[in-house]
Each structure stands twice: as C-alpha cells, then as structure tokens.
Write a protein that binds this ligand. Structure first.
Ligand code: FA5
Ligand code: MG
Length: 387
C-alpha cells in the first residue's frame, strides 16, 4: 500500500562550506577530543547571513552600504569562509595566550585537538593580511559553548572589519599612529551606529583583547539594559609584523550581528533568528530597514528549578549544553539562583530553567518530561548529586 509507505526525510550528512566538503562523521565523533553535539552540526551551512530576506542578511547588506558610501578605498567583502578552522588560525595567529580560557573545551567546540569551529571571525585576520588584503569585511557564523539567555546562543554571527593604514596617512595627522587609528576606528563605528539606528543611547567601554591595544567595546541601551554589541581596537603590531605589514598600523572590529539586529528590528529573543515560523520570516524583506518586529502572541514561560551538589568538573557551560541538547530552542534561560557551601565543603547550586516556545503553548506533560530528562542527564553525564 503506497500511501502507507513512510518516506524518510533526507538527512543532510555532507555539506559544502566555503568550498570545503565536510561530512557529519568528520565533525561529530564520540571521542574525547571532540565535543560537537548533533544540534550544532545541524546549524553548519545554514548561513543565515547570506539570506537577503533574513534580518541578519538585511543587516549585513546595510553595513556594506555604509562602507561603500563612506570609503573610496573599497572594503573587500567575504561571507563564505569555512567555519572549520585550525587552533592556530583561531587562537595562535591572533596572539591568544596558551592558557586563555577561550581555548578550553569548556568554551570552544573542538572537532579534534587541532581543529575547531571558529569562535570568532578574527580567525581570518592573519591569512587575509598574508593574501594582501588591506581593507576587509568578513561575515560568518561563529560557535561558542556559552550560557543561555535571550542574548546568548551557541551559534551566532559576526562581521569582522579590518583596515590597514600606511605611514603617510597618520604622519599627515600630526598624532602618533596608534592614536590616529583609534580615533579613526571610533569615528567609523559611531558613523555606522548612526547609519543603522539614527539616535540611540550608546557608550564606549575600555576592555582587553589579546589582538588589539587599546581595545574597546560598544554598548547600546536596549530592553532597559546595556547590551554589548561589538569589540574593537588597534591591531597589535606583532600581527602586522608577522603577516607582511611591519611598517603599517591597523584597526579591527568584530560586530555581534544578532545583537545589532535585535536592537534594529526590536527582536526580543536571539532564538527567533533560527525560526522558520512564517509569522517570523514573513515580517522581513530585502532592503527593508525601518521594520519593527511584531511579536505574535507571547506564550507563557514555565519555570523549573533543579538543585544539586556539584563536583570538581562541573561548569555552567556543560549544564547549558545538556539542557540545550534536550530542550533545544524550547529553553529560554538558565539562571543560577542559589549557591552555597556547607560545613563539609560541599557546594550546592540551584538553577532555574525557563522553558518557553516562541511559537506555541507548551503542555505541562511536555515540560515535565524535558525536566525529567535534564535531571537524569545531570546525574548520568555530569555526575552531580541531585538534592
Ligand atoms: C570577539 O569575538 C573579538 N574577536 C572581537 C574583536 C574583533 C575585537 C577585532 C577586537 C578586534 P567578543 O567575544 O566580545 O569579541 O564578541 C564580539 C561580539 O559578539 C560581542 O560584543 C557580542 O555582540 C557578540 N557575542 C558574543 N557572544 C555571543 C553569544 N553567545 N551570542 C550572541 N552574540 C554574542
Ligand atoms: Mg565581549
């Protein structure tokens, strides 16, 4: 009986990423050098930033317009570089110290000991400099083990900007090279913010990156909080020196595209970028910037608490990975609400998990089952003792 025949959904197991063929078996393996879950593999190759009708694509194109309009020296635009990179590209080439936390298996998705899913678009700075680029914009998906809330997601998108100056450019200015580049950088990014938002409340924060000095972050006031939208700074001379530009100075920035798009389109939760619900996707179209997202009726959240004694290897990122693995995009937030150490030196954590679908109401049964599985995997995978 033909009508009863079940057709299997085609499973995508080989992807082409920026000209590189990658199969699922290459990326997700059950061994200790690999920590990439299925759910992350399924995001590879989605390339939301290359869709002209998606908020991230619309934003990317608008930023391109700004650079085309304001710089006679055209920026090269790359948005299809493979997200699978070497540890050297992602960390060593941008001077990230050997013992920096971002290198740990707790923070980064490792395919094997030498190969990772890039955790920032800065992974491409050195190779592009070596290839002779002096003005470039690199847009791509980046991957991080991270906490769970409305502005953090394990896959997000960045745009890297990089500009090299030659000595005649800063000599004419009468200031030193570093101050010249820092001033130009801030002018460029403030101009971009005005181009995107018109008037908006923003502030600069001094910060640290291994690859820039001085370094800054830009924050924008959104949903009653300061939201960090980008990091930037004057490129460390060592990077220029190693890559064929010893006599130049440069600036670099890394934009968090989801964060900027949340402000621009009034998108309240970062999970929405992955929604295929028409009530979301139909609200955006190519080149349309002035649109404010209209939430379809907001469904109620459901909160579940879980308390346990932690062990030495417990981390919040591992907990979030477990919860994400079970609940996927049904989890909205994971928050530590209680933390104490008893006389015997045992530490207890209580986490509150908020479950909420962006698209429908969840039933009690469904949520209880998710929470049950979370408790089970906390014991079996993370080896904590439930209280
Ligand atoms: C970086 O990734 C640096 N590579 C940026 C940079 C480039 C600095 C060049 C200097 C020169 P950071 O980790 O702060 O920095 O991330 C940059 C931006 O990405 C943040 O400001 C934020 O907007 C966004 N971001 C970071 N983590 C997440 C996340 N989990 N989900 C969504 N957006 C995120
Ligand atoms: Mg930051």
């Amino acid at each position: 009986n033909l009508s009863r025949k079940k057709w299997r959904q085609p499973v995508v197991s080989v992807l082409e990423l920026g000209g590189v063929k990658i199969s699922k078996e290459d990326v997700v393996r059950n061994d200790l050098t690999n920590n990439v879950p299925d759910a992350i593999f399924s995001k590879l190759g989605k390339q939301l930033h290359r869709r002209d009708n998606h908020p991230l694509g619309i934003l990317k194109n608008t930023i391109y317009e700004y650079f085309d309009a304001n710089y006679s020296n055209k920026f090269n635009k790359l948005d299809d570089l493979c997200p699978v990179v070497s540890v050297k590209q992602n960390f060593d080439d941008v001077l990230v110290p050997e013992d920096h936390v971002s290198r740990s298996y707790n923070d980064t998705y490792y395919i094997d000991q030498q190969t990772i899913l890039r955790c920032h678009t800065s992974a491409h700075q050195a190779e592009l400099l070596r290839r002779g680029y002096t003005h470039f914009l690199v847009t791509g998906d980046v991957y991080r083990r991270d906490s769970i809330d409305s502005t953090h997601y394990p896959v997000f998108h960045q745009m890297e900007g990089f500009r090299v100056f030659s000595s005649d450019e800063w000599e004419a200015s009468g200031t030193d090279a570093t101050s010249f580049a820092a001033a130009d950088l801030k002018t460029c990014l403030e101009g971009l913010a005005r181009h995107l938002f018109g008037a908006v409340e923003m502030r600069w924060i001094d910060t640290y990156f291994p690859f820039t000095n001085p370094s800054f972050e830009l924050e924008i006031y959104f949903q009653e909080k300061w939201l960090e939208v980008l990091g930037c700074g004057v490129t460390e001379q060592e990077i220029l020196k190693r890559n064929g530009r010893p006599n130049n100075v440069a600036w670099a920035f890394g934009l968090g595209l989801e964060r900027l798009a949340m402000v621009l389109f009034d998108i309240p939760d970062i999970r929405l970028f992955w929604s295929t619900d028409e009530r979301f996707t139909s609200q955006f179209s190519k080149g349309q910037l002035g649109i404010k997202f209209k939430p379809f009726s907001k469904y109620p959240p459901c909160y579940k608490d879980v308390s346990f004694w932690i062990n030495e290897s417990f981390t919040e990122n591992n907990l979030c990975e477990v919860v994400r693995g079970i609940a996927g995009d049904l989890v909205e937030e994971v928050q530590l609400i209680d933390n104490f150490t008893n006389k015997k030196g045992m530490t207890s954590h209580c986490y509150r998990i908020a479950y909420r679908s962006m698209e429908r109401s969840l039933t009690d049964d469904e949520i209880n089952e998710l929470q049950w599985k979370v408790r089970e995997q906390l014991e079996n995978k993370l080896k904590v003792t439930l209280r």
